[in-house]
Design a binder for this molecule. Structure first.
Ligand SMILES: Cc1ncc(C[n+]2csc(CCOP(=O)(O)OP(=O)(O)O)c2C)c(N)n1
Ligand SMILES: [Mg+2]
Length: 352
């Protein structure tokens, strides 16, 4: 791989028949890997729960699910601190949960309950928990990228070692604001890491129908920002690359750009496959991508290294199941906000 350029790597990473093998886990503590495995399983189970309840009609608004993409959020979060400033977008359950935020307020939010992350007024795309460093998700594609750059600039002006993270998609990079943000980040040497989750689709349109099949790191290069492309379903590769970028930003080294190639198992929104409306997406593709499952690959790698067993894995799945089911039950029984609170957060300082 080392002698390939990023465009050649993209073409390989985009082929789901490749990279289904185990990882080399050298240099990692078993406990850290098991923690990342646990986090990915929790996120997966939480999103599968959302998919099922949306299908049943229990959830009123849309949910954009990232099942299959868990290694990116979990791998990136491993080197972040609660004082860092992380920004997501419309598909951001994992970005929030991977920082250690509890699941129940997410469930409460999609159920419109007062204990939700946005007091039940926002739904799946309006998540916020500054306590863990998550500064917010919004439905406007690329809408948070410039905000992340601003938050990184603030950290620099405050002379803090904190970094900002802008999660964005392969569709979001088609928005002009991203290119202005890259330029500003470079010119001002802002501690921000752009994490581009390239799942090869923007809504229902495959990357090849929207852009040349080239790595999006070309846009970082155009702005003189160091960049790397990785297999986004290989948590070890994501984790180690992000850690280098974060360390560099903390030391005053300015911005970096990480492109992680992945795939979402569900369609663009909710539980459907989108095969009926999808272009260049077939059940066979989805089946192939399932074989590159980031959770299955880490599990198998741990078992191969004899630091984990099938029995321990089954017990972990059962424990996570119980935790997530209890969180759903608790969110369902939580109260709705009072109708009088409807306009409370529409205007600053209660002004009308
Ligand atoms: C400014 C803006 N344009 C269009 C949309 C409609 N829209 C919602 S998600 C999406 C695709 C985004 O694709 P990508 O950035 O690759 O993220 P992914 O959905 O693949 O995670 C589009 C076009 C929007 N929400 N905001
Ligand atoms: Mg995409």
């Amino acid at each position: 791989m080392n002698d390939l350029n990023n465009d050649q790597k993209l073409k390989l990473f985009a082929n789901p028949k490749l990279f289904q093998d185990n990882f080399v886990l050298d240099g990692y503590m078993a406990n850290d890997l098991i923690e990342m495995l646990t986090s990915m399983i929790k996120i997966r189970k939480a999103e599968q729960t959302l998919a099922e309840h949306r299908r049943l009609g229990d959830i009123g608004g849309p949910v954009h699910l990232g099942v299959g993409q868990e290694a990116i959020a979990v791998g990136c979060s491993a080197s972040l601190m609660a004082t860092d400033r992380v920004f997501g977008a419309h598909r951001s359950h994992a970005h929030l949960l991977a920082l250690g935020a509890p699941v129940e307020p997410l469930f409460a939010e999609v159920l419109g309950r007062e204990s939700g992350y946005s007091k039940g007024m926002g739904g799946s795309m309006h998540l916020w928990n500054q306590g863990v460093g998550f500064f917010g998700s919004v439905p406007i594609v690329a809408g948070t990228v410039a905000l992340a750059v601003g938050a990184g600039l603030a950290a620099k002006l405050q002379k803090k070692a904190d970094v900002a993270v802008a999660y964005l998609g392969d569709g979001a990079i088609e928005e002009g604001v991203v290119h202005e943000s890259l330029n500003l980040a470079r010119i001002q040497d802002i501690p921000v890491i752009f994490v581009l989750e390239n799942n090869l689709f923007a809504s229902h349109m495959h990357l090849s129908l929207r852009q040349p099949m080239r790595s999006t790191t070309r846009f970082a290069e155009a702005n003189d920002i160091p960049s790397e492309i990785v297999d986004g379903n290989n948590i070890v590769e994501v984790e180690s690359t992000m850690r280098r970028m974060v360390d560099q930003a903390r030391k005053g080294g300015g911005p970096s750009f990480l492109e992680a190639i992945t795939y979402r198992w569900y369609g663009h929104v909710d539980w459907r496959d989108d095969i009926d409306v999808g272009v260049n997406r077939s059940l066979e593709d989805v089946a192939d991508w399932r074989l590159r499952d980031p959770i299955g690959r880490l599990k198998r790698s741990l078992i191969q290294q004899q630091v984990w067993s099938e029995e321990e894995n089954d017990a972990l799945f059962d424990a996570v199941d119980n935790e997530i089911n209890a969180a759903w039950a608790s969110a369902e029984s939580a109260p709705f906000p009072d109708a009088s609170a409807l306009l409370d957060r529409v205007y600053a300082n209660g002004a009308v």
